[in-house]
Design a protein around this ligand. Sequence first.
Ligand code: SF4
Length: 80
Amino acid sequence: MADDGLPKPEPKEIDEKLALQLKHLAEDAVLKGKPYGDEKCGNCLYYLNTDEDISYCWHPKLRILVGMEWWCQWWEKIEE
Ligand code: SF4
């Protein structure tokens, strides 16, 4: 990118606040960016759209976007 004299983008206070909130949320859920054996967001009850690589997790303690290959301790089997 050309140097156009504009200040370099930097995280703002809101970004630091959100980053901290999300970090605590992820720690609470023991959220990991990879599957736990056969368990992963993509085959969890709370993963809203199993056709998407990234989808909304509607678990009441999360309510965030997660990746299909992620996992957390609240993983729940989808009943047939
Ligand atoms: S509850 Fe956990 S495992 Fe299930 S979709 Fe949400 S983050 Fe993924």
